[in-house]
Structures are given as C-alpha cells and as structure tokens.
Design a protein around this ligand. Structure first.
Ligand code: GLU
Length: 261
C-alpha cells in the first residue's frame, strides 16, 4: 500500500480512554499516521469523540439520549478534541486541520466539490485533515452511526482505496463476543458472504453509537469496486500500523473474493 490516500476512522470509545491531553491512543495513532506517510500515503482522519469529551468537560457520566443535549455536548467537546489532537500530534511533527461535515453535504455537487478540493489541498500541504460530523447542523451520526457512514462517504468522495475503522473490538466476530464465548474473529471476509456466514452483530458501546452493524453498513457504502479494501481493526494494539499487516489481528473486507486472497 503506497501512494494513495488512506481514510482512518476512530470511534468515541477509543478517544475517551484516559486523559485527552496526554493520551496513549493519540500517541499510537500519530505513530501509525507517521508510518503511513513514510510509505508515501496520505492520511485523512475521521474522529468522533466530541460528545464524550463534552461529557467529561461537563462532568456528565451517562450519555444523554436527548439529541439537543448531545448536539450541545458535541459543541462543547469539539474544541477540546481538536486541541488535544493538535497538542498530541504536534509532538510527532504532524500538522492537523479541522473539517466538520454533514451527510447532506455529500448530496450537493458544489459542496462535494468544495470538500474534495479543500481536503486535497490540505493533503498537498502535508497536513492531516481531521473530520467530524457537524453535530450542530446534522444529527445522522449521533443518532445512528458514530461517524462510520461519514467516513465511508468521505473515502468515496476522495477516491480512497483503503478505509480503516479502528474500534474497541478486536475485529469482526462471528457473534457478539461480549455475550458469546464461542465467537471467533473473522480474518478475511467478502462483503457478499456476510449473510451466508450468519454473522451476528453486537450492539454499540456505552459511548459511541456504532457497533459492528454500522461498521458493516459503512463498508457496504465504501466497497463499490474490487480495487478497494476495508479493515476493521482493534484500536487497542500497541502498534496500530503493524496490526494492519498482521493477519491474525485484523478483519479485512473486500467486495468479492480476489485471486490474490
Ligand atoms: N460526532 C459525534 C462525536 O464526535 C459522533 C459520536 C457519537 O455519536 O457518539 O461525538
């Protein structure tokens, strides 16, 4: 994998571990992005975590159900989230920029063109764009997806061949591993085979809204041709970049089985 744009999506549950100001996960993520860049790839990051950071800021333990409250918490948290990225990534020589998007933006040709050209320009400048849903104007992700779908639509728009979703699970399991001891980690899967394999999808975690269902829906949006590969990887690995190459530690999704498998 080199000379291409990689879209990496990270969820709220990974972001909210420990303190944002000095986060182990951010360090791992920064190192991973450095490695991609070292291989001549450009990276666009899609990051949730605004609501969870807003909750920390306002000392709210249980995630509210009320959408208006979630929107406001996101507005509170987004500043801290992006500042934390800036502080943590700066130590690794990574410059960042914030881009807030909503699903309806992708329906407008003009807006899509604008998104694409501003992101491409940031990438040309060597900057890592950090995308989140603009929760004050649109609620699709806070209602359903934890940015999974947004990352897929964005990856499509910028013609990325690789979408990586880091999650608090090890990857895609045959059943929900939290409630089924016999659940096995699926290494490689063709999207069309998912229903045949009777994969039972778990619910989302306490902080995010995603769960495997929305990750797979996102992969369905993204895997529109055979040149693309989607990964669902554990965000708990020490070396996030190596886990991408390590067969036993990742779920790789393709649209259909290729000879090279
Ligand atoms: N945009 C939201 C955030 O950054 C998505 C995550 C969620 O639904 O909890 O927090």
């Amino acid at each position: 994998m080199s000379n291409s744009v990689v879209v990496i999506k990270v969820g709220s549950s990974l972001i909210s571990q420990g303190s944002l100001e000095n986060s182990v996960f951010f360090k791992r993520l920064a190192k991973c992005i450095q490695k991609f860049r070292g291989n001549n790839n450009k990276v666009v990051l899609v990051s949730s975590g605004a609501i969870s950071y807003g909750m920390k800021k306002r000392a709210i333990e249980k995630k509210p159900k009320n959408i208006k409250q979630l929107q406001s918490l996101s507005a509170v948290g987004q500043i801290g989230l992006i500042n934390a990225y800036q502080k943590n990534f700066d130590k690794f020589g990574l410059e960042v920029a914030q881009v807030l998007l909503s699903h309806s933006d992708f329906k407008s040709e003009t807006k899509s063109y604008n998104i694409k050209s501003s992101i491409n320009n940031l990438l040309r400048w060597g900057i890592t764009p950090i995308i989140n849903e603009n929760d004050s104007v649109s609620t699709e992700e806070i209602e359903r997806g934890d940015n999974d779908q947004l990352s897929a639509k964005l990856a499509n728009l910028i013609n990325s061949k690789t979408l990586i979703i880091y999650t608090d699970q090890k990857g895609l399991y045959s059943k929900d591993p939290r409630t089924n001891k016999d659940a096995v980690l699926i290494d490689e899967v063709c999207l069309k085979e998912i229903s045949n394999q009777k994969i039972i999808l778990g619910e989302s975690g306490k902080l995010g809204r995603g769960g495997m269902k929305t990750k797979l829906s996102a992969m369905k949006i993204f895997l529109i041709n055979n040149q693309r590969t989607g990964y669902i990887l554990s965000g708990h690995e020490r070396d996030l970049f190596i886990s991408l190459q390590n067969q036993k530690k990742r779920t790789r999704l393709k649209l259909s089985r290729l000879k090279s498998f």
